[in-house]
Design a protein around this ligand. Structure first.
Ligand code: NFE
Ligand code: MG
Length: 500
């Protein structure tokens, strides 16, 4: 006799996500990913000046605003034929890089790692370390009052097997606190060149308005050293510890097996992390003409499927068979996984030597293999690898800045045109498309990383990547959905972005 496991809402993520699963004979046989809200950013942009787009689209999200700023200015630049200044491109990489580091650390320590931590175990520890005492006081209060305290978001948690008496529990919780300070450093880095964060002020079509001041460059460099040390000495070790403690998660949450990257971090005419797809283990260059969005299972009356340059916004409640406010992006009709794992796999197959070396070293350290990299553990491992490689690369971009040279090219408006801005946000492939008519935005469409990963079924009935990652998962008899939550969070969902 089958049963349903419903997680509603999924907590410790961005936005409103509900996951339904049908379980038969201890196995997930069906899964539905449901975005539970409508927002309307694309509609708000119609009729506005194109220069409003980077300002407004950043407000889609407080976690990845820099990505929307970069996608938006690339989009406008492509529509009006503007080439950004070299310093501006480097500064964008640095602001975006700081936001990536912040986001990856946030995801591991503050959103996902608690899925694997025996929080109450902390009460059994002896010692006078101030962090231990602080943790014990919070967790003790939570356990006694049996409710969530604002200061300590560790409990309640889903029932299930957690490690007891293992140093991992203390390590993960104390690094939860340290990671808050490290994220503050990363935020300061983004604000040094971005003016403020979240929602930076300086990224505009043509470049970055803040200029290159040597003192600010050195301030950024010092903070990067701190963040990089944390990634290489703490974050990486904690991911490896989780891999050693939960080896079964190398075989859980495999997913769709197709990977997409638009490429990110501009360097000359190329990107540091490359664009392309890997389908059935084969690399192909990116063809942006193959991107579509379908709405058969989505609450929209749009025509379906459509290329984003022709995208529509016709919300429709009560539509038969619709179960999500996300659309269903597809590439040549296929569901594609996006995100750090996809970027590492695409760059690896495209022959990026730095990524190949990093992936090979990660596999030997973690005991993972190329075959089980697509998994819950593989996604966490790919994320920390990317953070580590990126922190190293940012040093190069800092060194390439040229004080005294312009960081922004003059903006000359065009009355009409159309453009696309493709880049990679921390969570994966992000595209913005614009049509300008009579100096105003006539159409603006975003197709966002979590829209790819958390998409519902498409017109052909093909489930989205997360739905496919859940189907086939074996669950213990008494499961309350902990395994489901671990798979879902490995994709780092942001439903605020996904619906926009
Ligand atoms: Ni709201 Fe975002 C990232 C974008 S995800 S976090 O990363 O774009 O869908
Ligand atoms: Mg959209």
């Amino acid at each position: 006799m089958g049963k349903k496991i419903i997680l509603d809402p999924i907590t410790r993520i961005e936005g409103h996500l509900r996951i339904d699963t049908s379980v038969d004979n201890g196995e997930v046989v069906e899964a539905w990913s449901k975005g539970e809200m409508f927002r309307g950013f694309e509609a708000m942009l119609v009729g506005r000046d194109p220069l409003d787009a980077p300002v407004i689209t950043q407000r889609i999200c407080g976690v990845c605003p820099v990505s929307h700023a970069v996608a938006s200015v690339k989009n406008i630049e492509s529509a009006i034929g503007l080439v950004p200044a070299a310093n501006g491109v480097l500064l964008r990489n640095l602001i975006l890089g700081a936001n990536y580091l912040q986001s990856h650390i946030l995801h591991f320590y503050h959103l996902a790692a608690l899925d694997f931590v025996n929080v109450e175990d902390i009460l059994a520890y002896d010692g006078n370390d101030p962090i231990l005492l602080e943790l014990k006081s919070w967790v003790g209060q939570e356990v006694r009052s049996n409710k969530i305290l604002p200061a300590a978001p560790f409990l309640p948690k889903l029932d299930g097997p957690y490690p007891t008496g293992n140093p991992w529990n203390l390590s993960a919780l104390s690094h939860y606190l340290e990671a808050l300070h490290i994220r503050k450093e990363a935020h300061k880095m983004a604000a040094l060149f971005g003016g403020k964060i979240p929602h930076v002020m300086t990224i505009v079509p043509g470049g970055v308005t803040c200029g290159v001041d040597p003192e600010t460059v050195e301030d950024f460099r010092m903070r990067l050293v701190t963040v990089r040390r944390f990634i290489d000495e703490v974050y990486l070790k904690d991911v490896l510890a989780a891999a050693a403690l939960f080896p079964e998660y190398a075989a859980i949450g495999r997913g769709v097996g197709n990977y997409l990257s638009y490429g990110v971090f501009d360097e000359g005419n190329a990107t540091w992390l490359g664009a392309g797809t890997v389908i059935s283990g084969r690399y192909e260059p990116l063809d942006a003409g193959r991107i579509t969005e379908a709405v058969a299972a989505s609450h929209y009356a749009d025509r379906s499927p459509l290329h984003p340059s022709q995208g529509e916004i016709k919300p429709q409640t009560g539509k038969a068979d619709a179960y999500s406010w996300l659309k269903a992006p597809r590439y040549g009709g296929q569901a594609m996984e996006v995100g750090p794992l996809a970027r590492m796999i695409v760059s690896y197959h495209a022959g990026n030597p730095e990524v190949q070396k990093g992936v090979n070293s990660l596999l030997s350290l973690s005991g993972l293999t190329m075959e089980n990299l697509p998994s819950v553990l593989g996604r966490h491992a790919a994320r920390v690898l990317e953070a580590s490689l990126l922190a190293g690369r940012m040093e190069k971009w800092l060194n390439a800045l040229e004080p005294g040279r312009p960081s922004v090219a003059p903006y000359v408006a065009r009355a009409s045109g159309s453009g696309q801005g493709l880049m990679e946000a921390p969570r994966g492939a992000l595209g913005h498309w614009v049509t300008i008519e009579n100096n105003k935005i006539a159409r603006y469409q975003c197709v966002v990383p979590s829209t790819w990963n958390f998409s519902p079924r498409d017109d052909a009935g093909i489930p989205g990547p997360v739905e496919q990652a859940l189907i086939g998962t074996r669950l213990p008899e008494d499961s309350k959905g902990l395994e489901v939550a671990r798979i879902v969070r490995s994709f780092d969902p942001c439903i605020a972005c996904a619906v926009h």
